[in-house]
Design a protein around this ligand. Structure first.
Ligand code: AKG
Ligand code: FE2
Length: 292
């Protein structure tokens, strides 16, 4: 039995559970209608998405990204208050956190199981310390998740196993859950898509968040055209990376603030652009002082 909480759980409860287990399922956090809406908005893009190019990405699996540009409804899911609250707590050792990637993962019938892995391997297998959380991830079930249709598999207790462990496929336990439920998991827990032995697709919305000073897996600046970005709310833009990821990380030209720059102003980096940040708006003097 995997670790799970009801959709009435608080940010504190979910955060404590994620910290303890390295993953937690929240049952039916989003409505099936919302999942259907996102599915409909993404459908034309999913239909034209190629299959993966290697066994990790999956020869029967499609990954359709750029969700902010392609699906208006996904923007609400990305900003889900419970998830944003948990991501903020989980990544609190950094000054800011940011969106890392958005994609619908369609596991088609006949897909074999994906290798069990840690998502933080994306940063060149850097061995992040056990007590440093670089990433907070979600997989929202866009279809029901069953053991037969390729529900993501979790290796309970694997979060401190370190990099490049080879778990046997049987070590993975399927995260069976209903459409609209979400699997939250850290960058450290070993997991992978299950084999799809059913005759229907298994679809999930993978939205991940990372500390503000790493490179994002999905390039948010190029995935959302600037004319679309200029219509988005500031909180979402800051999450996409239109704010400094910490002192001086991501400024434009003469230390201008990226959000102000996007909107045609030349405001400086240090002027109030960090709703999701604890320290990115401190002045350089304060920042250097904080370094001791
Ligand atoms: O599709 C899934 O169930 C998991 C996919 C995954 O873990 C990944 O692509 O990193
Ligand atoms: Fe993964």
């Amino acid at each position: 039995m995997l670790n799970r909480l009801p959709n009435t759980a608080t940010v504190e409860e979910v955060s404590a559970s994620l910290k303890e287990h390295g993953y937690v399922i929240i049952d039916e956090l989003a409505s099936p209608e919302m999942m259907n809406k996102i599915a409909a908005e993404m459908e034309p893009h999913i239909l034209s998405t190629p299959f993966g190019e290697d066994s990790f990405l999956g020869a029967h699996t499609q990954r359709s990204g750029a969700m902010i540009a392609r699906s208006e409804t996904s923007r609400e899911l990305i900003m889900n208050p419970l998830v944003i609250g948990v991501a903020g707590k989980h990544l609190q050792s950094a000054s800011t956190f940011q969106l890392h990637l958005t994609q619908v993962i369609t596991v088609n019938p006949g897909a074999p199981a994906q290798v069990l892995h840690q998502d933080q391997l994306a940063w060149d297998f850097f061995p992040f310390p056990d007590d440093f959380e670089v990433q907070c991830n979600t997989l929202w079930a866009m279809t029901d998740y069953t053991a037969e249709n390729g529900a993501t598999r979790i290796v309970p207790g694997s979060q401190y196993a370190g990099v490049k462990q080879n778990y046997a496929p049987e070590a993975g336990v399927p995260a069976v859950m209903k459409k609209g439920s979400v699997l939250l998991y850290t960058g450290k827990i070993y997991h992978g898509a299950g084999a799809n032995q059913s005759d229907g697709v298994r679809q999930a919305i993978n939205i991940t968040y990372a500390v503000g000073w790493v490179r994002q897996e999905e390039n948010q600046y190029l995935s959302t055209p600037l004319e679309v970005a200029r219509t988005l709310p500031d909180d979402l833009l800051k999450l996409m990376g239109y704010q400094c990821g910490c002192f001086a990380m991501g400024y434009v030209r003469d230390f201008e603030d990226p959000l102000a720059y996007l909107k045609g102003s030349t405001e400086r980096r240090s002027s109030g652009f960090n709703a999701l940040s604890k320290t990115a708006n401190v002045s350089s003097v304060e920042y250097v002082k904080a370094l001791g």
